[in-house]
Design a protein around this ligand. Structure first.
Ligand SMILES: *Cc1c(COP(=O)(O)O)cnc(C)c1O
Length: 389
């Protein structure tokens, strides 16, 4: 580890966290029940404008429970955005269901409406409608929910909103995570706020949330002895970590503002380089710009996104390609995939996409270092091309 290494999105404590954690220690609420947990759930629900929330040990657990609430069982089908982190789809397979992957729209980078419509229509005709659609909000930007909900309502299919990357974003004035029947957030270390690790399930269906809370605590029936009728999980968040979350939530709006500022700085400094196109922001909402992402056309630039990843790594700067689409993962070989148009979107975004360091804890000097490094790598290649190499 290099002492001056710049990370993609490192945890960024506000200074408010320790007081909440101290309270948990002082009152001995160290485990998976306690006032921090209740307060954190309530605060997130209020922030999002959801009726309720259940704090869990990860965003992945939240997806798993949302799928169970949507009655996903072995042999069922579940649609899922293809351009996403594997955690969006792992719980589908772990429930014994089969994922069908849906391509991205080039404007939003999120679920393509035309591909979804085609997939739903085919499923309807074949008599095997999916139990749910997992819609991902990528890199802090909301998917286009009006047409998605219209389609899913038409076929009676539940929408699970994977808002792991978009806490703090909006869609037509509504908080990201509250558009589907169930929404999930992640507080993993790289997300916009963190509890060191954790997640949250939000919904307006309070009975369903009660059920999720029950499953998350080993599905223990209300008896003195240990009585079990259903299979549950050990998925609850620790009260200590909920304290970290309370402190982090206080600065969420500042973090969104800073993430957006970071994106604008990059765009202003690098947006005119040949072949560089920054991720668009759709007019229907406000992105958090969780990660600054762009595509680099290698024909125009002379370098691929991956060339930049490697060259930045040599300068102790962490960057990443855009998510490799799940339909192209060996893990999901053989799964069905609905492409957007003739050529598709997500494969192109994967091959040309770059995520730049976007941690809100970065100093202006760190930002400058990344920008200057990008320019240097670019110019070096330009002069090589000029001299015919
Ligand atoms: C981070 C992430 C998750 C998983 O969240 P964890 O808290 O790490 O389990 C799920 N979906 C997406 C899109 C993510 O980025």
């Amino acid at each position: 580890m290099h002492e001056n290494r710049i990370y993609l999105s490192a945890p960024h404590m506000s200074g408010y966290e320790e007081a909440f954690v101290q309270k948990a220690f002082a009152t001995n609420w160290i485990s998976t029940v306690g006032p921090q947990l209740n307060a954190f759930e309530q605060a997130v629900a209020e922030y999002a404008g959801a009726a309720g929330a259940v704090a869990l040990n990860s965003g992945t657990s939240a997806i798993h429970l949302a799928l169970r609430l949507a009655d996903v069982q072995a042999g069922d089908t579940v649609f899922c955005s293809s351009l996403t982190f594997v955690a969006s789809a792992n719980p589908i397979v772990q429930l014994g269901a089969t994922p069908v992957f849906i391509d991205s729209d080039p404007e939003s980078w999120n679920m393509s409406i035309v591909a979804l419509e085609e997939a739903l229509y085919d499923a309807y005709r074949a008599g095997v409608l999916p139990k749910a659609v997992v819609v991902v909000n990528l890199y802090g930007q909301s998917a286009d929910y009006d047409p998605i909900l219209e389609l899913c309502n038409r076929y009676g299919v539940s929408v699970i909103e994977d808002a792991a990357e978009s806490l703090g974003a909006h869609y037509k004035g509504k908080a990201s995570g509250t558009l589907g029947r169930y929404g999930i957030y992640s507080f993993n270390g790289n997300k916009i706020i963190t509890t060191s690790g954790g997640g949250m399930l939000v919904s307006d269906r309070l009975e369903d949330l009660e059920k999720a809370r029950f499953w998350a605590t080993q599905a223990r029936e209300q008896c003195l002895h240990y009585e079990h009728k259903e299979s549950g999980y050990n998925y609850r968040m620790s009260n200590v970590l909920a304290g970290v979350g309370q402190g982090q939530l206080k600065v969420l709006d500042d973090r969104v503002a800073r993430k957006r500022e970071i994106f604008e700085s990059y765009r202003q400094a690098l947006g005119k380089l040949d072949g560089f196109i920054f991720m668009p922001e759709c007019s229907y909402g406000r992105s958090t710009r969780w990660l600054t992402t762009l595509t680099i056309d290698p024909e125009a630039c002379g370098l691929t996104a991956l060339d930049f990843v490697h060259a930045l790594a040599e300068l102790h700067i962490e960057s990443r390609p855009v998510w490799k689409p799940l339909h192209a993962q060996p893990l999901f070989e053989g799964c069905r995939y609905y492409r957007h148009g003739q050529t598709g979107t997500s494969d192109r975004l994967y091959h040309t996409g770059l995520c730049l360091p976007s941690g809100t804890g970065m100093t202006d000097a760190d930002m400058e270092r990344v920008i200057e490094s990008m320019k240097t790598i670019y110019k070096r290649r330009r002069s090589e091309i000029k001299s015919g190499r």
